[in-house]
Design a protein around this ligand. Structure first.
Ligand SMILES: *Cc1c(COP(=O)(O)O)cnc(C)c1O
Length: 377
């Protein structure tokens, strides 16, 4: 039996994941624990293997996901983990939240009321504060008013409040105005937490660091660092360096199916957007936009063949694309690298993202289901 079809596949390095975790642990103060953000199938890396590795081999105790389905899946892989749902869960699923011992993010007082209405045991939760992201959470002009609303939510029967948290909008920027904005967000949540303490309320958790904050403005007041993209070795923002040693966990590879010589004037792919200006050697590669390799990379992207960059010619198709291999010794059956290292060169998801106006997050999350994840070392 062959383990998987060698057409297009993603190699996920668990040893690199472990290295990244060690580096992140060293960025954090001893009081701050990593909350591994594994939403969206662990950013496309495959939640089961990533969660098991993080929990069994890296000692990670806290996980964050976007919804109840993801939370229940993570519970299956990590029976003892603390699992926080960052986003909305329809309140009629309160029983499942309790049954699987999940912690729910509370987006508003109204939501807290409805969630706790039809249950007979407490539902665990962290209250989300909107300090400037403008997405979800309690929104107030002052930390005093915010603390007041938190206290009133804490009086709701069958709601067990264990923490408060917020999310930064621009922690991945070193523009002074953005830094000041993040400073204000951070001060607001910390002040709110201190007011609660002064009222005798000692919540176990206050957390606000994402990957960017973990790298650039690590603060020991945050009991958890909600690390997402840096776990997977990518940049929160491509313009800022990340700490040495953090390297991508995922590579994506495919195969050359066909090599041919085309003449001057010959067209390649749909739409006839590419016409050869001279004789060229063209290879067809077994990957396309249905695998998550964006069509926006048509006549733009590059692919590593035997360590050399080869340009995509013409439009990326659903399942295939063509590259110019005039300068390399390419033949049918050769493995090529769309994302990852080959020889001395490397193409990162961040680099591809930059090419078509998105972020590395979207590139790795977008590698589709059809692409098997192969776990190495
Ligand atoms: C996705 C998410 C994170 C992780 O963000 P990264 O930039 O990947 O570290 C943290 N907190 C919240 C609320 C999120 O939605």
């Amino acid at each position: 039996m062959k383990p998987y079809l060698k057409r297009a596949w993603a190699e996920v390095s668990l040893s690199q994941l472990k290295t990244n975790v060690e580096i992140i642990k060293n960025l954090n103060s001893p009081k701050t624990k990593i909350m591994a953000v594994v939403k969206a199938d662990a950013y496309g890396h495959g939640e089961e293997k990533i969660c098991r590795c993080l929990s069994e081999e890296c000692g990670i105790e806290y996980f964050a996901v976007s919804n109840l389905d993801e939370a229940i899946a993570v519970r299956g892989f990590c029976p003892d983990a603390e699992i926080l749902i960052l986003g909305y869960t329809p309140p009629e699923y309160a029983h499942e939240i309790i049954q699987y011992n999940i912690i729910q993010g509370i987006v508003s007082a109204e939501y807290a009321e409805i969630l706790a209405k039809n249950i007979s045991e407490p539902v665990r939760c962290h209250i989300k504060i909107d300090t400037g992201m403008g997405r979800i959470g309690l929104k107030h002009d002052t930390p005093e008013k915010c603390a007041e609303e938190i206290e009133s939510i804490m009086h709701i029967k069958n709601l067990s409040v264990e923490g408060i948290y917020t999310h930064f909008a621009v922690a991945d920027s070193n523009d002074p105005d953005n830094i000041a904005y993040t400073d204000r967000q951070e001060k607001f949540i910390c002040d709110t937490y201190h007011i609660l303490i002064s009222h005798g309320i000692n919540l176990p958790h206050v957390h606000f660091m994402n990957s960017a904050a973990t790298c650039y403005r690590n603060n020991p007041e945050s009991t958890l660092s909600r690390a997402g993209i840096i776990l997977y070795g990518l940049h929160p923002d491509i313009s800022l360096d990340i700490p040495d040693g953090l390297e991508p966990v995922m590579s994506v590879k495919a195969v050359i199916s066909h090599v041919k010589t085309v003449n001057k004037g010959d067209c390649i792919s749909y739409g006839r957007t590419f016409t050869a200006e001279k004789e060229l050697k063209i290879a067809t590669v077994t990957v396309g936009y249905a695998d998550g390799y964006s069509r926006l990379l048509s006549s733009k992207g590059e692919i590593l063949v035997h360590g050399k960059r080869c340009k995509i010619v013409g439009r990326v198709c659903m399942d295939q694309l063509m590259i110019d291999v005039s300068d390399v010794d390419a033949k049918s059956g050769d493995i090529v690298t769309l994302i990852g290292k080959d020889g001395n060169d490397q193409i990162t998801a961040d680099e591809l993202a930059e090419m078509y106006g998105t972020i590395g997050y979207e590139v790795v999350c977008g590698i589709s289901k059809r692409v098997p994840r192969i776990y190495i070392d």
